[in-house]
Design a protein around this ligand. Sequence first.
Ligand SMILES: NC(=O)c1ccc[n+]([C@@H]2O[C@H](COP(=O)([O-])OP(=O)(O)OC[C@H]3O[C@@H](n4cnc5c(N)ncnc54)[C@H](OP(=O)(O)O)[C@@H]3O)[C@@H](O)[C@H]2O)c1
Length: 320
Amino acid sequence: MDDSTPNPQFEVLFDHGEPSPVPDASLAGYGDLGFPPPPADRPWIYTNFVQSLDGIVSLLGKHASGGEIAQSSADRWLMDLLRAHADGVLMGMNTLREEMRLRGPESRGIVFQVVEPELLRLRETLGKGRQRNIFVTRGRDLELSQCKVFDGDAVDAVVITSPHGASRLCAHGTHPHVTVIAAGEGDQLDLPAAIRQLRTRLGVEHLLCEGGPMLYGTLARADLVDEKFVTVAPVEVGQAVPPEQERLANEQGVGRLIRPNVFGGPGFTRETMTRWAWLSCRKHGDNQFNRYRRKQGTPLPQESLESWSYEASMNRPYHM
Ligand SMILES: NC(=O)c1ccc[n+]([C@@H]2O[C@H](COP(=O)([O-])OP(=O)(O)OC[C@H]3O[C@@H](n4cnc5c(N)ncnc54)[C@H](OP(=O)(O)O)[C@@H]3O)[C@@H](O)[C@H]2O)c1
């Protein structure tokens, strides 16, 4: 960990973003942060990832979480700052599973919430409501009572899934306080339609996606990423898990274990790749904090997760 205070002092190299909607002492070390108003029919969607110099977002194994790449309290603080501005934090189920696996099932995972007191106060000043965690899942084997985030005491919890996934979840009847958003047909989830429901049903105007790569890839293919906050950590780790890294039980027997970058699943061609404006850049220690805004994108046909070769091709042995 680098040594920094709870309110880290960033060096602002440039920033062409919007001014903050309210002046606040918590922003003294960061500078302005503002967002455009959302489009009419869905939230404004911004993502936050940390990656190594060589673009890796998870080491896999015992140190799989993004925090192990960042090792920076400034990055942790920025995560809270971005959460403070969000009406909901969106995640793929594997990111929660991974946290639970790393901490042991008795931990019942984590809650993705603002912890810095000054940023909790900023959130209040911004007029944001109760914090909200939103998980995307096919809902095949999800047991809500296994994860404390669904208890409902810390944050509001929402699950986005297919109609069949929703039926399976609701059949348990144990968590009436968890909002289930179903979109699509049968076992197929229509993610763009579900995202629209976040706006129309729950009033989510600014949505922060914290990953992981598989969810990011689906959102990007649907042209649903408006902005990217990318922390580049000053470490280089390589793509293939080295032989000397201890493998977890679920990684045994996989020949070549490949670490992911931010974009899971099918990507783009030269013709369809998205283009981004580099909006801001900050420095803290040797970490780089970038913000990009999409200039041009094209929604592409959505594949169902079933048809993806991602899990197989990346050899990623996920499951609780
Ligand atoms: N460096 C960073 O900043 C950062 C950030 C986040 C995560 N990570 C790391 O990334 C890893 C997890 O990433 P991941 O790519 O494996 O998983 P993920 O994107 O977190 O979750 C994938 C899961 O989400 C659900 N899902 C995602 N898109 C879906 C869609 N379009 N339709 C239906 N369900 C969908 C499915 O859940 P079900 O399986 O339940 O159906 C799918 O298996 C972890 O190691 C985590 O630590 C790093």
